[in-house]
Design a protein around this ligand. Structure first.
Ligand code: SF4
Length: 275
C-alpha cells in the first residue's frame, strides 16, 4: 500500500462557527483588538471627566495633590530662599517694560538694555511720546524690537491716559493695557506690588505637568488649576520657585531627576528621559 504524503495526512479544518456562537478568549472579556468604538470612548471618559474636575494629572484626589504641592513648596522655599525676578527694575513701570522686552530674550540681555532705556525715557509719558525709531534702536538687541516698541508705547500711552502715569495694581486693569497678558500682569503684581499672582511661563507649564498638578495645557487654565493648591500669599513665590527649579534642575530636555530634592513627591509625568 502506498504511503500518504504529509500534506494528505493533515486533518481537514474545522468548520468556522457563526459569529455569535464563537467562544471568547476569556469569559467576560472581549478579545484584544476587537473592542467597539463606543467601548473605546467609554474607557477614556473617566480620565477626561477627572481632568475637567481639575484633579491631579496622576489621578489623585484634589486634597492629595494639595498636600503634595505644599510639600513641594516647602522644599523649593528652602532651595531658593532669595528667589526674586531676575529683571532689574526700580519701580512697577520699569518691571512692566522689562517684562515686555523679555519675550523671546534672556533676562541678562534685557538687563543690559534697560538702564540706557530708562535713563533716556524715565516714565510712562516719556516712553509714550518717544520717537519710535530711537526707541527701536535702544531695544533692538532684545529681538522683535519693532513689535516690542509698539507694545511699550501703546501700553505707556494707556497708562498715562487711564491711570495718570501710574501702573495699575488691579489685575483686570493691567490686562486691559495693550500688550499686557496675565503672565506680565502677574509678574508686576507679584514682584513690584507684592500682591498674589501665579506667573505661568514655559517653566511653570512644564513643571506643573511633570509634578502632576494639572493636566491643562492652556496657561490661564494652569494658573487657575494651581491657585487652589496653595494659599494666596504663596502664589507669587511659588511660581518664582518653579521657574528657578525649571531653569536649574527640571530642565526641558533631560530633567536632573537623580539629584532633584522633589523626587519623592514627583510622579514625573511625561518624563521619558532623565539625567
Ligand atoms: S523629579 Fe525630575 S521631573 Fe520631577 S521635578 Fe525633579 S527633575 Fe523635574
Amino acid at each position: 500500500m502506498p504511503r500518504k504524503s504529509p500534506r494528505s495526512r493533515r486533518r481537514p479544518p474545522e468548520p468556522r462557527l457563526p459569529e455569535k456562537a464563537r467562544p471568547r478568549t476569556t469569559p467576560g472579556r472581549k478579545p484584544a483588538g476587537r473592542r467597539s468604538a463606543p467601548d473605546r470612548v467609554a474607557e477614556r471618559v473617566p480620565r477626561v471627566a477627572h481632568a475637567r474636575r481639575g484633579a491631579g494629572a496622576a489621578g489623585e484626589r484634589r486634597s492629595a495633590v494639595a498636600a503634595r504641592a505644599a510639600a513641594v513648596a516647602a522644599i523649593l522655599e528652602r532651595l531658593y530662599p532669595d528667589a526674586r525676578t531676575p529683571l532689574t527694575h526700580a519701580n512697577a513701570l520699569q518691571l512692566l517694560v522689562a517684562t515686555i522686552l523679555s519675550a523671546q530674550c534672556t533676562d541678562a540681555r534685557v538687563n543690559l538694555v534697560t538702564p540706557g532705556l530708562f535713563a533716556r525715557f524715565p516714565d510712562a509719558a516719556a516712553l509714550a511720546g518717544a520717537d519710535r525709531a530711537e526707541l527701536e534702536e535702544l531695544i533692538r538687541s532684545t529681538g522683535f524690537y519693532r513689535n516690542k516698541a509698539k507694545a511699550i508705547q501703546g501700553c505707556c500711552a494707556a497708562i498715562v491716559a487711564r491711570h495718570g502715569g501710574e501702573v495699575p495694581r488691579d489685575l483686570e486693569a493691567l490686562v486691559e493695557l495693550p500688550g499686557v497678558g496675565r503672565k506680565t500682569a502677574n509678574v508686576v503684581r507679584g514682584s513690584a506690588y507684592g500682591l498674589p499672582g501665579i506667573v505661568v511661563d514655559t517653566h511653570v507649564q512644564r513643571l506643573a505637568h511633570r509634578l502632576g498638578f494639572t493636566v491643562e495645557r492652556d496657561p490661564v487654565k494652569i494658573e487657575f488649576a494651581l491657585q487652589p493648591l496653595l494659599p494666596e500669599p504663596r502664589w507669587s513665590a511659588f511660581s518664582l520657585w518653579l521657574i528657578f527649579h525649571g531653569r536649574r534642575v527640571c530642565v526641558a530636555r533631560k530633567p536632573r531627576c537623580s539629584i532633584c530634592p522633589l523626587s519623592p513627591h514627583c510622579p514625573r509625568l511625561g518624563v521619558t528621559s532623565a539625567a
